[in-house]
Every structure is written in structure tokens, then in C-alpha cells.
Design a protein around this ligand. Structure first.
Ligand code: DHE
Length: 518
């Protein structure tokens, strides 16, 4: 009892001291328990190995059973065993507290370390043509987070052509090469995997960061930009062999180090655009030998050597607020950013490098999931909110919110297709997470609310190439992808899947369909 009181109070008041006490306790020594039981798979520095990194940045984002129960019971269909016979309840609890402590030191993760992590598949043989006879432009990938796999579907027959293992905890949309042949997939632990859809084989993988957010591919398919939280860097890889082209440390104009919230491709500008987490700046990283030819205004500055000798010149734009989550207009001149506090947003003109409008967007809009369509004589953009049950519809000429559509709870993902009269949006959080709303693009009213599996999370939609079918995830371990007729909104097929999350159609992605996030 005395020990419990000491442990609890010291842990609250002095986390570091508490750890030292725990380490010296005769009953539980989490540092030793980690070394004895976890280190072999999760790495001596908790940065991952065979198993994922066990650091707060990774653990905090993991959905599903909590850490104590994963240690106690193990994870089904993975190599994570149950420790309840080996460790006492107290040991498990103290080990859990230890794993939730941030690392005292972040090891260097530069070009040498990244290159040393690269694993190229020696058995990979590039096929001259696809080894299957499906429509290459209608291939659709399903990320199955239940057991960390991707299913490769024929978008006409919905037959599975392959199902391959990915690195642990994929996040963000996989990115396709412009011809649709290769796909690049990123995990939260910073692994980037290259897979050849023609040969149905992995080409290789490399750990581009220690904790990463997402990736973007250059318009010509040559470069892959990886946004990292740990370390504070942007890694640029050559898509050909996943070798490092550049590791750019990220520090604001005043020297403050920053994590990158996300990186986006801006094809007409031949640049990557970076949302920064810790400084009120937007960065644009150009990948041509010369900066683009369109007229830059007075604030145009590139960092480092002269642009003609610097393959990745950087432009830093100061913004009036911290902007986290972006959406671009079709010209990629204007970027809409969500303010960090979730209180609104701003429009930044990338040509003049200045804010041109404020957005009336309370409730933390998830701009990264936004989509556009033609509405009367204008173009509108719609985005769900992460904090309230609303979809905001914004006129992209005036930047005014023209409608707020009430939904049954906060949503995460939206999708449509040029050939569909409807927009689909999920309700990801709260008691109604089992519904999917279908909104009419003209009336801006919800015309149908689907509830295919009661109490199951139903989320994320992708269309087939022609927009005829909409694929919806039943985001559960024994889940499914439900194929709907996109016109009648009737269920057509149900494909069993292991906690399917995002789905990605080659054609919709490489043509930048207006109905999909880019
Ligand atoms: Fe995501 C895309 C950010 C939590 C699943 N998510 C994105 C993108 C961003 C983003 C910026 C667009 C990048 C891209 O596709 O290249 N996500 C964030 C967050 O900031 C947030 C809220 C918290 C965090 O720190 O990560 C977050 N995301 C989640 C989840 O909890 C989800 C539901 C489960 C998971 O796997 O982690 C999740 N995010 C996804 C998916 C996409 C995504 C499936 C790709 C959607 C698409 O259709 O392209």
C-alpha cells in the first residue's frame, strides 16, 4: 500500500523520478522488463524493429485496444505474444507508463541511417506487362489496417489480384506513379514501401523518418517527399531506387525547429508544399533545377545555394497563424489552411506569398479530406469537421461558407466522382459512427443515410474509375468493403476484409479527380 501511494504521487508530480523509483523497485523494473521482453522486436531504443516503435508519437495514434491489454493479451494475427503469464499486472502497468514517456534523446536519422535501413527485394523481377488482364486504370487498393496488408482489387470484377504485407500502421493515402504502375505506401514509423502493380511484387522499402506523417510524389514521378515529425525533417527520396536525394532539417525563419504536419504535391508549380506544426510558416520546396517561371513577387526568396545549383530550393512564407491541414484549388495558386486551434482558416496565395482571405470554419475542419465540384456558375469545396457534426460548403470564388449541412456526428472522410450526383461523407466519431450520409450535389441536402452494419464504424469511400460503384469500409477487424451501386445506392457486394481503412483507385488518383482528396 505504502509503495502504491509513493508510486502514484511521485508519478504525478515527478515523472522522471517516478521512473527511477520504478526502475529500482524490487517488484517492477520497467526498463529491465523492456530489455528482457520487448527490445528484441521493438529495438533497444524503442524505435522499432520487427515490431513497431513504442514511443508516444506512435502509440498515441493507435486505435483499437489499449496498450495494457495489448501487452497482457497480445495482438491477434501478429507476432505480438501475450505477456500475462510472464509479467504481473503491476509490471504490465509500469511497463505501459514507461512506454508512454517520450524518448530522452532522438538518435540522428540522416542520409547515412536512412540508406542503411533500405531493403531492396532481391527476388523482384519487373514484368514487361501486367501479369494480370484487368483494366490497369481501374485497379483499386484497399489498406487493411487489421493485419497491415493491402489488397489489390480488379475494379471491374472486385476479384483480389494480390494481398501483400505493408509496414506496421500505414497512414495517409498511398501515392501512385503518374502511369499508375508503382505505388508508394508510408507507415507512421517512417517506412516507405515501393510496390510494382504490374509484377505484383514489392520492390523495396526504406525508413525515411522515425515518425512520419505522409508522403507526396512529384508530378513527373521522380521524387517522393516524406514529412517527418521525428526528426524535424523532410526526406526527399528518388522513386527509382528509394535512395536519399536530400534530408532537409526543418527550422522556422527564427530558428525554431518544427515538425511537418503534412506535405502536398503542387503539380503546376513543380513543388512540394509543407504545412508546419510548430512555426507559423508554409514552406514550398521546388524540385526543378531552376525555380518555376511564373512571376514571383517581391517576397520570393530561396534558401541555400543559387537556384540553378540547388536541386531543392526552399521558399518560406510567414502566415498570420499556425496552419495545419491544407486544401488547394485546381490551379494550386491558392491554399486553404485550417488554423491550429480549430477556430477557422485562411487562404494563402502562393504566388504573392500572402493571406488573401479568412475562412469561416469553426469545429476543426478536416481540409485534407475536402473535395470540389461545380455548383451553378462557381466551384464549391466541402469539408467535414472533426469536432462537430457539420459539413461546410465553401464557394471557392468568394471564399464564403454557403451552407452548413448538419450530420449525425463529426466526420473524417468525403468522396465523390465527376459522374456521380452525390457526395458521400462518414460519421467517424460518436454513437452514430455506423452511418454514411449521401448528399445531393445540387440541393446540398442529405438524400440518404446508410447504416449497413449496426454499431460498426463505417467510413471512407472510393469510387470505381467510371463512378458506377462506391466502395465503403466497414472499419472493423472482421470488417468488409461494401460495394454500392452509386446511382441506386443499393448494396451490390460485400468483400470480407481485416479492418479496411482507405481505398484508392488508380485512375481517380492519377487524374486528380475532383471527387477525391489529392
Ligand atoms: Fe489521417 C490522410 C492527418 C488521424 C486515417 N490524415 C491524412 C492526411 C493528413 C492526415 C494530413 C492527408 C495526407 C495524405 O493522404 O497524403 N490524420 C491526420 C491527423 O492530423 C490526425 C487527425 C491525427 C494524427 O496525428 O495523425 C489523423 N488518420 C487519422 C486516424 O486516426 C485515422 C482515421 C486512422 C489511421 O490510420 O491513423 C487516419 N488519414 C487516414 C487515412 C488517410 C488519411 C485513411 C487517407 C485518406 C484518403 O482518402 O486519401
Amino acid at each position: 500500500m505504502t509503495r502504491f501511494i509513493v508510486s502514484l504521487s511521485t508519478r504525478i508530480l515527478f515523472p522522471a523520478l517516478s521512473l527511477a523509483l520504478m526502475a529500482s523497485s524490487p517488484m517492477a523494473d520497467p526498463v529491465q522488463d523492456y530489455a528482457d521482453n520487448c527490445q528484441e522486436c521493438h529495438g533497444a531504443e524503442r524505435l522499432g524493429g520487427l515490431g513497431p516503435a513504442l514511443i508516444p508519437q506512435t502509440l498515441g495514434r493507435m486505435r483499437g485496444p489499449n496498450l495494457v491489454s495489448v501487452i497482457r493479451e497480445g495482438r491477434t494475427a501478429t507476432q505480438m505474444p501475450a505477456f500475462k503469464e510472464i509479467l504481473s499486472e503491476q509490471q504490465i502497468e509500469e511497463l505501459t507508463a514507461y512506454l508512454k514517456q517520450p524518448l530522452a534523446d532522438i538518435p540522428p536519422w540522416g542520409e547515412a541511417e536512412i540508406m542503411a535501413s533500405r531493403l531492396l527485394n532481391e527476388e523482384y523481377k519487373p514484368a514487361d506487362n501486367p501479369v494480370w488482364s484487368s483494366d490497369p486504370m481501374n485497379i483499386t487498393l484497399v489498406v487493411e489496417t487489421g493485419d497491415h496488408h493491402v489488397s489489390v482489387l480488379d475494379g471491374d470484377t472486385f476479384e483480389t489480384l494480390d494481398r501483400f504485407a505493408t509496414p506496421f500502421a500505414v497512414h495517409g493515402g498511398p501515392k501512385f506513379s503518374p502511369d499508375g504502375r508503382y505505388v508508394y505506401i508510408m507507415s507512421r514509423d517512417g517506412w516507405v514501401q515501393k510496390y510494382d502493380l504490374y509484377s505484383l511484387q514489392e520492390v523495396g522499402r526504406v525508413r525515411a523518418g522515425l515518425n512520419s506523417r505522409n508522403i507526396a510524389i512529384s508530378h513527373d514521378g521522380t521524387w517522393l517527399a516524406v514529412a517527418n515529425y521525428l526528426p524535424n525533417s523532410l526526406t526527399i527520396l528518388s522513386t527509382e531506387d528509394l535512395s536519399v536525394a536530400k534530408v532537409q532539417e526543418v527550422k522556422g525563419k527564427d530558428g525554431t525547429p518544427s515538425r511537418i504536419s503534412a506535405v502536398y504535391q503542387a503539380p503546376p508549380r513543380k513543388s512540394f508544399v509543407l504545412a508546419l506544426k510548430d512555426v507559423p510558416e508554409i514552406w514550398e520546396v521546388f524540385y526543378g533545377p531552376n525555380p518555376p517561371h511564373f512571376g514571383f513577387a517581391h517576397d520570393w526568396r530561396v534558401e541555400g545555394p543559387a537556384p540553378h545549383t540547388n536541386p531543392f530550393p526552399i521558399r518560406k512564407i510567414t502566415t498570420p497563424d499556425y496552419l495545419d491541414d491544407f486544401f488547394f484549388d485546381q490551379s494550386y495558386e491558392y491554399v486553404m489552411g485550417a488554423s491550429r486551434g480549430g477556430e477557422g482558416g485562411q487562404v494563402i496565395d502562393l504566388v504573392i506569398g500572402q493571406k488573401t482571405a479568412d475562412l469561416d470554419l469553426p469545429g476543426m475542419p478536416h481540409l485534407g479530406s475536402g473535395i470540389t465540384w461545380t455548383y451553378g456558375d462557381t466551384t464549391v469545396m466541402a469539408t467535414p469537421h472533426l469536432k462537430d457534426g457539420t459539413v461546410s460548403v465553401i464557394d471557392m470564388n468568394t471564399w464564403k461558407t454557403i451552407k452548413r449541412i448538419d450530420t449525425l456526428g463529426p466526420g473524417f472522410f468525403m468522396r465523390s466522382h465527376e459522374n456521380s450526383p452525390y457526395v458521400w461523407v462518414d460519421v467517424f466519431f460518436g454513437p452514430n459512427r455506423d452511418v454514411m450520409h449521401v448528399i445531393d450535389k445540387e440541393s446540398l441536402e442529405i438524400v440518404k443515410t446508410l447504416r449497413p452494419v449496426e454499431d460498426a464504424t463505417v467510413a471512407h469511400v472510393e469510387f470505381t474509375r467510371d463512378g458506377r460503384y462506391a466502395l465503403v469500409s466497414v472499419w472493423e477487424d472482421d470488417g468488409a468493403v461494401i460495394v454500392y451501386d452509386a446511382k441506386t445506392l443499393e448494396e451490390v457486394r460485400r468483400l470480407p476484409m481485416r479492418k479496411p481503412s482507405g481505398k484508392y483507385n488508380v485512375w481517380n488518383k492519377i487524374t486528380f479527380s475532383e471527387g477525391t482528396s489529392h
